[in-house]
Design a binder for this molecule. Sequence first.
Ligand code: KG4
Ligand code: ZN
Length: 338
Amino acid sequence: MIILGIETSCDETAAAVVEDGLTIRSSVVSSQVDLHARFGGVVPEIASRAHLEVINGVIGDALVEAGVEFSDLDAVAATHGPGLAGALLVGVSAAKAIALASRIPYIGVNHLEGHLHAAWLQNPEVELPLAVLLVSGGHTMLVAVRGDADYEVLGHTVDDAAGEAFDKVARLLGLGYPGGPAIDRLATEGDPTAIRFPRPMQGDGLDFSFSGLKTAVLHHVRRDPEYTVADVAASFQAAAVDVLVSKLDAAATAIGARTLVIGGGVAANSALRAGVAALALETGRPALIPPRELCTDNAAMVGATAHWRLRTDGPTGLDDGAIPSLPLPSRSPESRRS
Ligand code: KG4
Ligand code: ZN
């Protein structure tokens, strides 16, 4: 089963060819970071226009790299939500056009489900249940995965997403956009214990809050104009990672997880990766830490998720559109018991 996956929910235009939901034959990502950098964040109108300009080339490259043609595809998938409406529409429309022209099924994929699937793409033997920490620019949540399409959201952020906090702190430190990778790099030169920033809601349930931490950084740099940027970056990152790792641990304990998993753009963070690897050693629960290119937005996760969704749910109708605020489907404990 060869599936072409397409991802255009935010500021990466991506296409990938995935075989049997597990093997990545190609994965091409064209980033718009340079276009948005001078605005300090993603500008939705610019994002959709840029997707439109490069989408055909990116799809063509993914097919060539995989050594396949349209006629070899068994299905085509695109992220249909959540994300920016205009940006999503570009990928969804491209996928539907290919489905129609090649007479193959179209599958609309939930972007968050894609991030969850990135973990067991190439790793089919993971032991369930999984405790997944999903941390991106738009979302921060803990999810129990007990089987294919069996997800339970255990907790989420009550204000900013973790990636948003990295981006906002980077902006106030003058590090530019996107902020996560910049803080990650600079933190290696700083002292993570230099400033004791708060660890919001640590030890208090499975929800997160990051806006207070961001404000604490703001107050610190206003109070002390002579601050060392690398120390502030390292200390902020240490506080954010402390909270993320301890809540993943609490979630894993609560559900009796056999495996720890991280996903989403912030899962590319070096300190978080090291923290989760250390937690795995400490607790004896193995951690699945996907390669960085499968943590940030990509289309391989879309092609992989589509494989499983097509098998159990069948194709998505061509009259289905983009769904900007699509939630992760969560099965309640009640429905699981019945
Ligand atoms: O999953 P993603 O690529 O897009 C969304 O679905 O949002 O995540 C993007 C987010 C951005 O906020 C970016 O700053 C953050 O992931 N990010 C990082 C790192 N790489 C990307 N945050 C911390 N450290 C990194 N190395
Ligand atoms: Zn994402």
